[in-house]
Design a protein around this ligand. Structure first.
Ligand SMILES: Nc1nc2c(c(=O)[nH]1)N[C@H]1C(S)=C(S)[C@@H](COP(=O)(O)O)O[C@H]1N2
Ligand SMILES: [Mo]
Length: 328
């Protein structure tokens, strides 16, 4: 048809190049869809099935539109976001199941309202926030980030959320606070995976306070301009994009400021394989596999893994003087 897809993508890439940055408005889902309509008109999607004209009724119907989420957005390295279908049907959420493609179905009925998050510990202003407080009080921004799983696959996800620092500032940590501990909800009635006795439930994670305050660290409340799908950690999850994906704990109910390094889920399971820091590091192999390359979901072949997942400029200073092979 004479359309140069690479050229069109390059043009768009420059238009949407601003990432990771705040955008004053969150891109509504309809805009992701209309971007696709534009591309279709341009002949990029010759033969693609016509998309239902009406806006999707809810997340589920949105997700079932196989092609609805063709990328219009790119990360700052120029790679397109993964489709909503990939992001919402290839998940790690062991509270439901270890089967990545089975999480979405099992999490469908998960109750995310009402929901509260306790912020407490070594802070001057402990508080229990309703999820609505968090959504209204803190400016929700769009952040397009790479997510690199320790299993050596990756995606690019258009999250919405707010900076963890803004919440911590309000909590006002005391000078004794050195780490932040996060905990996932423990609700066996709705989470069949919790029956597995091999894991130290509830899922917990932790960051050093300076990592938690870094500009990249967000609490994500949605993706693709939609409320967070249950399988991706509704209604609120952590995202620390320079670390392996398991640090980005889902469905958070507790945030505690503590003096000592907290126990964390995967480190408790196997400390040799999963360190507390777990910064993405292509030079430090997992004991059972290399971390030098990764498979981007939706791509053939492998690509090189980048130090700190490509975010060295923003975070390398946090680890000055540390031996990142020994302190993993
Ligand atoms: N509570 C909880 N959080 C979790 C997990 C989990 O099993 N339980 N899996 C982690 C892992 S290993 C990854 S790679 C990411 C996956 O996020 P996604 O399903 O939204 O891609 O979530 C992380 N957060
Ligand atoms: Mo992961």
């Amino acid at each position: 048809m004479g359309y140069d897809l690479a050229h069109i993508w390059n043009t768009m890439k420059n238009k949407f190049k601003s990432i990771p940055v705040k955008s004053s408005e969150i891109t509504p889902y309809s805009q992701y869809v209309s971007r696709r309509e534009f591309l279709k008109t341009a002949g990029v999607f010759s033969g693609a099935a016509a998309l239902a004209a009406c806006a999707p009724k809810g997340i589920q119907s949105a997700i079932s539109e196989k092609e609805a989420a063709t990328p219009y957005a790119f990360d700052e390295l120029g790679d397109p976001v993964n489709s909503l279908d990939d992001i919402a049907h290839y998940n790690n959420f062991y509270e439901f199941t270890e089967d990545k493609e089975g999480v979405a179905r099992l999490a469908q009925e998960f109750t995310t309202r009402p929901w509260t998050v306790d912020v407490y510990g070594l802070v001057r202003n402990p508080k229990t926030y309703g999820i609505e407080d968090l959504l209204n009080k803190f400016t929700q921004e769009e952040r397009i980030y790479r997510l690199r799983c320790v299993e050596a696959w990756s995606m690019v996800v258009p999250w919405t959320g707010f900076s963890l620092a803004s919440l911590l500032r309000e909590a006002d940590p005391t000078s004794d606070a050195k780490y932040v501990r996060f905990e996932t909800i423990h609700r066996p009635e709705e989470m069949p995976g919790l029956k597995s006795p091999f894991y130290p439930w509830p899922y917990q994670e932790g960051l050093r306070l300076d990592e938690a305050l870094n500009e990249l660290t967000i609490l994500a409340t949605g993706l693709y301009g939609l409320p967070m799908p249950n399988q991706d950690g509704a209604p609120i999850r952590l995202i620390a994009p320079w670390k392996y994906g398991f640090k980005s704990i889902k469905s958070i109910v507790r945030i505690e400021l503590v003096a000592e390094r907290p126990a964390t889920f995967w480190n408790t399971v196997n400390a040799k394989e999963y360190g507390f820091y777990s910064n993405v590091n292509p030079q430090r192999p997992h004991p059972r596999w290399s971390q030098a390359t990764e498979r981007r979901i939706g791509e053939f072949g492998r690509r090189s893994t980048l130090m700190f997942n490509g975010y060295a400029e923003q975070v390398a200073h946090l680890y000055e003087g540390m031996d990142l092979i020994k302190e993993y």
